[in-house]
Structures are given as C-alpha cells and as structure tokens.
Design a protein around this ligand. Structure first.
Ligand code: NAD
Length: 272
C-alpha cells in the first residue's frame, strides 16, 4: 500500500491517458498519481478499466482532495469519443498532460502481400487517427484554459526506427506516422509552450505482445535474441520515461523520438 501526497513532480497537473487500462497506461497512471497529478483514464474496455481501478485502489486506498481520478470508456479512433472525454476536464481546469498511448497490433497484420485492407484501416484508425484526435483536443483544451507548459506524449515504437523481418506492416507504418506527426506538431506549437514528444518502446512484457507470442518459444526467441539485455522491457520502465516527459523537468525536450529499448536499436551483435 502506498500514498500520494498531492505534492510531487506533477502536482496540480491534469492528465489524460489513453489505453490507460493496459500495460504502459496503467503503470503510468500509478506513477502520475504518486506524483500528484489528477488523471482521467480512457480505454475502450470498460472491464479492463474496472480491474485497473481495483489495482489502483489497492495501491492508493484514498487520494488527497487536491487529486481526482476518473475512468471513462473511449474509442480513440472516434473523434466524438475523444472530444467528449477531453471536455470532462473542463471541470478540472483543462488538460496539462495528454498521453496518447492506446494502440493495437493485430494478429492478422503481416507483410505487404498478406495484410488485408480492413486490418490496415483498423490499425491506422486507432494508432494514427486516435493520436491525431488526442493531440487536436488536447491543444484545444490547453488554449481554452490558457495553459503554458503543456506536454503531449504519443506512443510510437522502435519499429518506427528499425526494420523487422517479422512484419506487421500496418503497425509499423502507423508508428512511423506517429513519429512524423509528433515531430511536426512539436514545431507548430513550440511558441505556445506546448511540447510534443514520441515514446519509442522496445517489445515489452505486456498483453499487447505477450498475448500474440503466447507459448510459441520459437517466435519468442526470434525477438529475445536481439535484446542486448536478453529480456523484454517492462511497462514500468516506459512509465518512468513518460513521467519525465510529462513533467516540467523535460521542459526543453521537444519533438524527440524518445527511445526506451535497452539498447536494442543501437545493437549489431548482442551478447550470447
Ligand atoms: P496493452 O495491450 O497492454 O494496452 C493497450 C490498451 O489500449 C488496452 O487496455 C486496450 O484496451 C486499449 N485500447 C485498444 N484499442 C483502443 C481504442 N480504440 N481506444 C481506446 N483504448 C484502446 O499494450 P501496451 O503494451 O501497454 O501498449 C501501449 C502502447 O505501446 C501501444 O500504442 C503500443 O503500440 C505501444 N507499444 C507496445 C509495445 C509492446 O511490446 N507491448 C512495444 C512498442 C510500442
């Protein structure tokens, strides 16, 4: 059991996290609360939000009156869902931090020949359009409430930086788009003091990938061998990076592809 003090590195800030019931999103919610933020958790799965909330309550049985925690079902690929969710923060004084983190990697996503158009469109709808809507409504909220020091973090992936012989073409293209749009928005909004950074995680120990790999040890080994550290990353290791990018401590970090990968994208031959 832990407690939040209402003070901390994000004290007084209002944050929205999408995909908040999943691996990275939930760990980030827990850290943001510890550091004094109010958090609106968005996810498409109401059941997952309920169990995420149970976990949070077991860690923080109560929050200081200065902090609010709320969950809300939201499909990030639908503009109306994002618009409605962001407007919930009007009552809190607007958005300071937007973590556009929801994403999918579809089991039928494959190479250029095998990937079906419907899988491409579904992936782009969530992974790219969802990030666009999140950025759009976060900026509108920050402007409406005269925010300075806004921080938007968009989850991309290392596959936006390096090619993979285990293809998921739609996913890879979607994450490349996240990097490009994040970089551009970082420049467009720099004079408003709204920062945009992309997070590039390596393959992780979260349901998104681990469900896909299942008990297939060959599939698993195909990936593990490329890790200098010999292991998948953990969601909490991503969450710590997100916390820093969200906080004013990273105030001069803008438009970056923030890579948290245990050295994966810098490796040629890894240790045996
Ligand atoms: P996860 O599957 O544990 O969590 C993703 C969450 O997003 C789930 O709770 C899911 O319900 C939610 N979600 C899915 N579609 C949604 C939608 N349309 N609207 C709102 N919520 C939706 O995955 P994770 O590993 O925590 O992934 C988070 C992000 O990190 C994703 O963008 C993913 O692409 C990225 N990423 C993951 C890995 C990895 O290996 N796990 C590596 C690189 C990047």
């Amino acid at each position: 059991m832990a407690s939040t003090t209402g003070s901390g590195r994000l004290a007084g800030k209002n944050a929205i996290i999408t995909g908040a019931a999943g691996g990275i999103g939930l760990e980030t919610t827990i850290l943001f609360l510890r550091e004094g933020a109010s958090v609106l958790m968005l996810d498409i799965s109401t059941a997952a939000l309920t169990s995420a909330l149970e976990k949070i309550h077991s860690i923080y049985p109560s929050l200081p009156t200065t902090q609010t925690l709320k969950t809300h079902p939201c499909d990030v690929s639908r503009e109306s869902d994002i618009s409605a969710a962001v407007s919930l923060l009007d009552a809190w004084g607007g958005v300071d931090i937007m973590f556009n983190n929801a994403g999918i990697m579809h089991a039928q996503d494959s190479d250029a020949l095998e990937t079906e158009e419907k899988i491409w469109d579904l992936t782009m709808g969530i992974n790219v359009k969802g990030v666009w809507w999140g950025c759009k409504y976060a900026v509108m909220s920050m402007r409406k409430f005269g925010k300075t020091r806004g921080s938007v973090i968009n989850t991309a992936s290392v596959v936006a930086l390096v090619g993979s012989a285990t293809p998921q073409l739609a996913y890879t293209a979607s994450k490349g788009a996240v990097l490009a749009l994040t970089r551009e928005l970082a420049i467009v909004h720099a004079r408003e003091d709204i920062r945009f950074n992309a997070l590039c995680p390596a393959p992780l120990n979260t349901p998104l990938l681990q469900t896909f790999l299942g008990t297939d040890s060959a599939k698993r080994h195909r990936r593990e061998i490329h890790f200098p550290t010999g292991r998948f990353g953990e969601a909490i290791e991503q969450a710590h990076a997100v916390l820093w990018l969200a906080s004013d401590e990273s105030g001069f970090v803008n438009g970056t592809d923030f890579v948290v990968d245990g050295g994966l994208t810098k490796a040629y031959v890894t240790p045996e």
